[in-house]
Design a protein around this ligand. Structure first.
Ligand SMILES: C[S@@+](CC[C@H](N)C(=O)[O-])C[C@H]1O[C@@H](n2cnc3c(N)ncnc32)[C@H](O)[C@@H]1O
Length: 274
């Protein structure tokens, strides 16, 4: 199962594609930063704006050690580490994404603040009580064993540490269209509803600080993006640089699913009790 998930995401030349597209927009010799790459290395809807929302919820403090579960090519990890002056360890299932993340960390001189580990969220290779905070952005839709995901996140957090989540959820109408950005077919898609997510978090012993269905709030932005994709006027920098040319079809499918009500989105901040 996990092989099929990683196969869906994996592709060649990711870091080179991102670096050459971003560099082409800059004056020669401009040093690359996490902020500059952020237009191209965030693999989720609403790009950097969504990462900023997640970071605001997480509220990292300087010097803290943060875990990014399902870190993709490291875009959110680099942005958060450089913005908040903390250390972020990212873990991801897709080897090609981990390699790209390492290369982009070197290109932005962030290797001392961002570390990437190849592994699974359901069996984290970290000691109990390692991290001050953790976050996960658009990953849980690939996880069939939600208990293992939340149990592992709770285990590696220090008591009182928080987990911030921002992800897609199952809607109440119809079925999602595939291929989608997170899954080639329904075989590797494990969308939970808002209420199931809340129940899963409580069952694994988290305290819920806040939880919100963000479907309506994000719909306008997604609709505008669909119009630009269809008109061929989408920005030159975007998540298509991570996934390759197939991304247009995947994005149009996810937007169509949201319009029809088969998917939505949510965010949550939960705490490991003291
Ligand atoms: C939609 S991408 C989001 C990446 C990143 N969070 C971001 O927002 O840019 C989902 C990521 O989850 C990773 N993933 C899926 N299942 C995983 C698992 N069991 N353990 C770790 N990572 C996983 C994928 O490899 C992929 O990088």
């Amino acid at each position: 199962m996990t092989d099929r998930i990683a196969e869906h995401y994996a592709n060649d030349g990711i870091a080179e594609r991102i670096l050459s597209a971003v560099t082409a927009t800059l004056a020669p010799g401009t040093p690359l930063t996490a902020e500059l790459l952020a237009a191209a290395d965030q693999l989720h809807g609403r790009g950097l704006d969504a990462t900023k929302e997640l970071a605001a919820l997480l509220d990292p403090k300087a010097g803290e050690h943060i875990l990014d579960i399902g870190s993709g090519v490291g875009g959110p990890a680099r942005w958060i580490a450089s913005k908040f002056n903390c250390h972020v360890t990212g873990i991801d299932l897709t080897a090609a994404f981990c390699e790209a993340a390492d290369e982009l960390n070197r290109a932005t001189a962030l290797t001392d603040r961002v570390s990437i580990v190849h592994g699974s969220a359901t069996s984290l290779p970290f000691a109990d009580r390692t991290f001050d905070r953790a976050y996960s952005h658009n990953v849980i839709m690939n996880i069939s064993d939600k208990s293992a995901f939340y149990r592992e996140a709770r285990r590696v957090l220090k008591p009182g540490g928080v987990l911030a989540l921002l992800n897609l959820i199952a809607g109440s109408v119809g079925r999602p269209h595939y291929p989608a950005p997170w899954a080639a077919s329904s075989a590797t898609s494990f969308l939970a509803t808002f209420e199931e997510t809340r129940a899963d978090l409580l069952a694994e012993g988290f305290e819920i600080i806040e939880i919100e269905d963000t479907t309506e709030r994000s719909r306008g932005v997604r609709r505008a993006h669909a119009q630009r994709l269809e008109a061929g006027t989408a920005p030159v920098l975007g998540a298509h640089l991570v996934m390759g040319p197939r991304m247009k079809e995947l994005q149009l499918n996810v937007i169509r699913s949201e319009e029809e009500g088969s998917i939505g989105s949510m965010q949550a901040l939960v705490r490991r009790p003291l």
